[in-house]
Design a protein around this ligand. Sequence first.
Ligand SMILES: [Zn+2]
Ligand SMILES: [Zn+2]
Length: 339
Amino acid sequence: MVPDEALVRLEACGICGTDYEQYEGEFPSPLPLIPGHEPLGLVAEIGERAQERWGVAVGDRVAVRSRYGCGQCEACARRDYRHCPQGGGYGFTSIDKPPALWGGYAEYLYIAPASALRKMRPDIPAEIAVLFNPLGAGFAWAVNVPQTRPGDTVAILGCGQRGLCAVIAAREAGAGQILITGLARDEHKLGLARELGADVTINVEAEDAVAVVREATGGGARVVLDTTPYAPQAVTQAIAMAAPRGTVVIAGLKGQRPVPEFYSDELLHKELTLRGVWGVDEASFEQAVRLIEAQKYPLHKLHTHSFDLSEAERAIQTLAGRFPSEPAIHVAIVPHARP
Ligand SMILES: [Zn+2]
Ligand SMILES: [Zn+2]
C-alpha cells in the first residue's frame, strides 16, 4: 500500500437526486465511470501516513466525503477539497484515471490522499449511518448557512430526503416553528416531517403555500430553504414567504430553467439575503455524523429502500419515483444486501 492512500470495502452508498441527473445524462460526467458519491465502508487497506492523518486503521468504519483534492493547492491546505480546482468527485471520475475504483456503486473504493474521512460507530446499520450525506446537507442549508438561531421560523420547500433532514437540523438548532411543503403524493413524507418536528405541513397542490407560511408565521419565515428540483417557481415563492431581513437559501437545481415572475424589488424592500449552496461544509458533516451516532431520531423511517449492486439502475429509478407503488425517501446501494 502506498503510504498516503487507502482502500475501503463498501458497506453502503447513498443515492440522491444528483445520481438521477447523472443517470439521465443531465449532469456532465466523464464516462466510463463507476457512479456513487455518498460512500460508507470499512477500511480494507491503508498506508502508514494515511492511518495517522485520518486516525483510522484496518477494519474501522469510515464515512467518506464526496470530493477529493489535488493535495497541492491552497484549498487543499485548508482541507477544503470542495473548492480544489484540480480535484474531483467520487462517482464523477473516469475509470481511465488509475486506479479506476473511484465510485461507490462497487465493492471497493480507492481513497486518494487528499480526501476527508471520518471514523463512525460500526454498530449502526450501514444504510442508516450513510444518511450522513443528506443530514449534513440539512445542517448546512437549514442551519449553518442561514445562521438559524433558537426561536427562528424556518420554512422548507420540498420534502425529499434533504427537506426532511432539514427539518431535523432546524429542530436541533432550536427553531421556534418549522414549516414544510410537498405535493399531494408526498403525504407519507409530510406525515414523517411532522413526526420529526415540523409544526406545519403544506400540500402545495391544495393550498397557497405563500399564504399559509405568511399566516402561520405572522408575516414570513426568518429562514426559507428551497430544496425542490426542477421547480423554478419555488424561488419566487421562497422570496415571497421570507420575513423582512430574512435569508432565502436556494439548494434545488432548476436544470438551467429561468425563474418566472422574479421581481428583484422584493429583495430590496425586505432587505433579504439570497444565498445559493453547493454541497456540505466540514462542520455540518461533523454535526450529521454526531447526530446519527447519538441515535436521537427515528432515522430508519427515512430509509425506505436498500438495493444490491446488481440492482443499481432500479435503485436510481426507485428514488426518482418511477414506481408509484413504492414511495421512496432515502435509497442506498448495499452490496450483498439481504433480500
Ligand atoms: Zn448526493
Ligand atoms: Zn487542491
